[in-house]
Design a protein around this ligand. Structure first.
Ligand SMILES: NC(=O)c1ccc[n+]([C@@H]2O[C@H](COP(=O)([O-])OP(=O)(O)OC[C@H]3O[C@@H](n4cnc5c(N)ncnc54)[C@H](O)[C@@H]3O)[C@@H](O)[C@H]2O)c1
Length: 283
């Protein structure tokens, strides 16, 4: 579905982290931001860049790529300064779209975590957000009413089988958004929020244990159905725009209603199919 552009980000400058391939949520955000008139730099780790797809996005969006490991303060300083040089001034929006767990990758379950991996999960998926905000603060890199968004998941609030140490990472990420949002709001009128997105078919999403079953479950549970990556990008653009100026320190669910549900008719129907002797009429 193509949605017409509204020039919502006309004249705005930004940095977009986390576009790995065309499935990435950050990839869709970059496409939409470009359509809405923004100029921005793209960044990812040197390893992610070796996949090469980001060059295609950069060309399409007329954006420069600046490699950075989001856990490295040196890399972040270089990224922020170079971005301001390239874009010709301070930033108006930043997307943090980063997540990684070696425990998930190596199939270490939550009651058998490797603690070096756990620290890495937190550093990459959460503390990098603090490092980013603190570096921007130090360089006074964001304009008044600028908007910073990080992507989160409902496993921060509720237990979802298989999400592992990423649940703790998302809880910390959302807390950092609130804590820094207070300081940045008070002192610079800058907004910091997290968007809690439906499960989505991306490289990171596919790493979650039992993701196909989860996608089916959340689809059945959500009155509006799962939100896809493009829809997440549209909402992110609203959060970057001046239309959401007084929204800060929030974790906003972009999940088709899943977060407010306990049981739905569609999920109940499917569940009952597996119960011996219990038919639709017995409900
Ligand atoms: N896919 C889902 O189901 C889902 C649901 C809710 C939230 N999210 C969140 O959305 C965000 C984006 O994930 P995605 O689903 O688009 O998957 P993705 O795999 O396309 O993106 C994850 C990105 O993180 C980057 N990254 C990893 N380590 C990094 C580091 N040290 N420094 C900088 N970048 C690094 C990767 O290179 C990649 O581009 C993540 O925060 C993820 O947790 C995803």
């Amino acid at each position: 579905m193509t949605i017409m552009a509204y020039n919502l980000l006309k004249g705005k400058k930004g940095i977009i982290f986390g576009a790995l391939d065309h499935k990435s949520i950050a990839w869709k955000v970059a496409e939409k931001a470009y359509e809405e008139g923004a100029v921005f730099t793209l960044t990812n780790t040197p390893t992610a860049m070796r996949f090469g797809e980001i060059n295609e996005l950069a060309e399409k969006c007329n954006a420069e790529i600046i490699p950075a490991d989001a856990t490295s303060i040196d890399d972040l300083e270089n990224l922020i300064q170079k971005s301001m040089d390239i874009l010709g001034g301070k930033l108006d929006f930043i997307l943090h779209s980063i997540g990684m767990s070696m425990n998930v990758r190596k199939k270490r379950v939550y009651n058998d975590l490797n603690y070096d991996f756990f620290m890495k999960t937190l550093d990459i998926s959460s503390i990098s957000f603090h490092k980013l905000l603190q570096t921007c603060y130090k360089f006074d890199a964001i304009n008044e009413w600028g908007s910073v968004v990080a992507l989160s998941y409902i496993a921060a609030q509720r237990v979802l089988y298989g999400y592992n140490d990423m649940a703790d990472a998302k809880a910390l990420l959302e807390s950092i958004a609130r804590s820094f949002g207070y300081i940045y709001g008070r002192e610079k009128k800058i907004r910091v929020n997290t968007i809690s997105q439906s499960p989505t078919r991306t490289t990171a999403g596919s790493g979650v244990k039992g993701v196909e079953g989860l996608l089916d479950f959340t689809e059945r549970m959500s009155p509006l159905g799962n939100a896809n990556a493009e829809e997440c990008a549209n909402f992110t653009i609203v959060m970057f725009s001046d239309l959401s100026k007084k929204v800060t320190m929030q974790n906003i669910y972009h999940d088709g209603g899943f977060s407010s549900m306990g049981m739905s008719m569609r999920a109940m129907r499917q569940y009952n199919k597996s119960l011996d002797g219990v038919g639709e009429d017995d409900i």
